[in-house]
Design a protein around this ligand. Structure first.
Ligand code: C5P
Length: 404
């Protein structure tokens, strides 16, 4: 069977790490899959492996400089345009730091900054550098933007120590590239509605009840869905985030507003991710003006229940796919299973908000996925964008199962 990498243009960036010798094997394996390889080396990389090695293996000139008089040299932005996929292996802390900060001072960083192709990064470095919070911040920033990381893993490093920092072995990197390529546009032609953020339930003209939801999980799902070809309608409560440019975006305030917008758009989509932290209750009525403190010593506010939007969707879902989210403090699995059933969902994503690194305002999350067939998958702490990748993979799985 042909590999999904056949005839694909893959730019392989090689940076200055001893693991550069493993890039030789990566390129050999990619050529076996009939991919077209464009090697790009940083200056430091050329100290480890001679460019001729990559040139011979890939049957392509190795790009090293941004500006070159030689006629045959590829102009510096064309690599960014022709790439179906960009791999940096090995990737040093330096290159990751540069990319994370938008630096484009050589051909590789310029290509990364200019490309629309997915970028896969296979880091290799000493564990002290890997653990440095500066590096971790850079890596997490790139993950949030959708850059895909594979490794590093634990193993014997150049320093002789058995620690984290070793580049993942070439066959696994190639397999991962196949996976990434397979997931490109795998939601083309499908549309999904995503709700995100908190709702605001007005008390008077200046005050409201709300919650700590930041909207990050819902926005990450929207970004990931768009990158995989889905049409996304994003209905969001107020957040500090910038909506993805390609999403059809609606800003709403209260649960009632959100309910209306969701119901208006439900017929247009193949599925709904109900990520918003919808307030369960609202003040019975929104008072005119501003409640004054001197007119009363005590204030009693009557709250009434909001509609459960997701439950309503569950009642009319037919063959649409419905994904719910729940934030729990105990008995996560039990509670989540109960909601999955009660709301007639295909999938529920449960998070334990008592754990560090999970929940509302965090950059990361720790979740358990439970599907309608009772399959349970636990996802350890990772960035919200990486969780989004897993959730979309799961949705793809569920859609394929429904068809077969
Ligand atoms: O029942 P619980 O609020 O824990 O369920 C959470 C799920 O239900 C989330 O997906 C949330 O978006 C949705 N929900 C809703 N309408 C509400 C409350 C929650 O759609 N009023």
């Amino acid at each position: 069977m042909n590999s999904v990498l056949k005839n694909k243009n893959i730019v392989v960036g090689i940076t200055g790490s001893i693991a550069a010798y493993k890039a030789v094997e990566i390129i050999r394996l990619l050529r076996k899959k009939e991919a077209i390889i464009y090697p790009v080396m940083t200056r430091a990389a050329t100290y480890f492996v001679h460019p001729l090695t990559f040139q011979t293996l890939s049957s392509q000139r190795v790009t090293r400089k941004m500006f070159k008089e030689e006629k045959k040299e590829i102009p510096h932005l064309s690599l960014a345009k022709l790439a179906d996929l960009l791999l940096i292996a090995p990737a040093t802390a330096n290159i990751i730091g540069k990319i994370a900060n938008g630096i484009a001072d050589d051909i590789l960083t310029t290509t990364v900054l200019a490309t629309r192709a997915p970028v896969v990064i296979a880091p290799a470095m000493n564990y002290r550098m890997f653990r440095n919070p500066i590096f971790q911040t850079n890596m997490n920033k790139l993950k949030t933007f959708g850059f895909k990381f594979i490794g590093p893993e634990k193993g014997v490093l150049a320093s002789g120590e058995a620690e984290i920092g070793r580049m993942v072995d070439p066959p696994r990197i190639v397999k991962y590239l196949e996976k990434v390529m397979n997931s490109l546009n795998d939601f083309q032609g499908k549309s999904f509605l995503i709700t995100a953020g908190p709702t605001r339930e007005p008390l008077d003209e200046v005050r409201f009840f709300s919650n700590y939801s930041s909207g990050k999980m819902g926005y990450a799902l929207a970004e990931e869905g768009i990158s995989r070809g889905a049409k996304i309608i994003l209905i969001s409560g107020p957040t500090f985030l910038t909506p993805p440019a390609k999403a059809e975006f609606y800003l709403v305030e209260s649960a009632k507003d959100m309910e209306k917008k969701v119901m208006d758009n439900f017929s247009k989509v193949d599925g709904v991710f109900m990520v918003a932290a919808v307030a369960d209750y609202r003040p019975e009525k929104r008072r005119e003006g501003k409640i004054k403190k001197d007119s009363q010593k005590e204030l009693t506010i009557k709250l009434v229940q909001n509609p459960d939007i997701l439950k309503e969707l569950g009642e009319r879902k037919k063959d649409k796919i419905l994904i719910g989210f729940c934030a729990e403090v105990e008995n996560i699995e039990e509670e989540a299973k109960k909601k999955l059933k009660e709301k007639n969902l295909d999938l529920i994503v449960a998070n334990d908000i008592t754990l560090e690194g999970a929940g509302f305002e965090e950059e990361t999350n720790i979740v358990t996925l439970i599907d309608k067939n009772g399959k349970i998958e636990y996802l350890a702490k990772r960035s919200k964008r990486e969780i989004a990748v897993k959730i979309w993979d799961k949705v793809k799985n569920l859609l394929e199962k429904d068809i077969s």
